[in-house]
Design a protein around this ligand. Structure first.
Ligand SMILES: [Zn+2]
Length: 259
């Protein structure tokens, strides 16, 4: 049975909504931990915060990979793919990876010598500004760690499932130019072994494509593809910037920043 699959469909959008709901809860919990960072006692309090954050990221990552596995199972069944396949549910990120992302997010909290020329503008800000920035970065880093586990689960399932042929990127109407550009490329076949490239705060999803299914770009991804082909592809250099400018002018539903 040949069915069509695209980067945007009712089930894909439902999965994205579930993933977004998970992100909102995650962000709420991350905000709740902010009080653990005590500016006058960074040395003692940041490690406590890191420990608490590890637990939160791990818990949400497990939910994220289970959501992804459920989505994959549902898509496989809807495609009429025969046989049983058990989705390899990805583990939460290793603690070292979470710690290094969160250390990066909070690096500007530490006191610097204002006279030192290596001290950046961000590091010269008052503590409350630096705390707010660290908080924002930590939220986004945690979101990426958690969402990546879900995306990784679908990608790994495609890799292992004999009857899966490819995956496609599903970007929201309000995604950034980088994500729209990649989504407009359509299905990535598993022999191409391309990795999913995501940035902090990226809510793009991974859609599996099964044997016998025809991949078609959604109408909005087709429009991004057309804009890219018309305004960026013919000119050499800085294609992403050209594409971004063209989107601002020609995308009929840009909803900027609304992932
Ligand atoms: Zn994205």
């Amino acid at each position: 049975m040949a069915t069509a699959v695209s980067d945007s469909s009712e089930p894909a959008n439902r999965y994205r909504a579930a993933q977004l709901g998970l992100t909102r809860l995650l962000v709420r919990d991350v905000r709740g931990l902010r009080r653990l960072i005590i500016p006058s006692r960074l040395q003692q309090s940041v490690p406590d915060w890191l420990t608490a954050m590890q637990a939160i990221v791990e818990q949400y990552a497990r939910t994220s990979s289970h959501l992804a596995a459920e989505f994959y199972d549902g898509r496989r069944e809807a495609a009429g793919v025969p046989g049983v396949f058990t989705v390899p549910v990805a583990d939460p990120p290793p603690p070292e990876q979470t710690e290094s992302s969160l250390r990066w997010a909070t690096k500007d909290l530490w006191p610097r010598d204002p006279e030192d020329e290596r001290t950046t503008d961000a590091q010269r800000q008052p503590m409350d500004v630096r705390l707010a920035q660290a908080e924002k970065k930590a939220e986004q880093a945690a979101q990426k760690l958690v969402t990546d586990v879900g995306r990784g689960t679908v990608q790994e399932a495609v890799r292992q499932d004999r009857l899966a042929t490819a995956w496609a990127r599903s970007a929201a109407l309000g995604a950034c130019a980088f994500c729209k550009l990649l989504a407009a490329r359509g299905a990535v076949y598993k022999q191409d072994t391309a990795d999913f490239r995501a940035h902090d705060g990226c809510h793009c999803g991974v859609i599996p494509v099964f044997k016998g299914q025809q991949f078609e770009l959604s109408p909005h991804a087709r429009e991004w593809e057309r804009i890219y082909r018309e305004f960026a592809a013919p000119h050499s250099g800085d294609q992403l910037r050209r594409f971004r400018l063209a989107l601002a002018e020609h995308d009929s539903n840009p909803l900027p920043g609304s992932n």
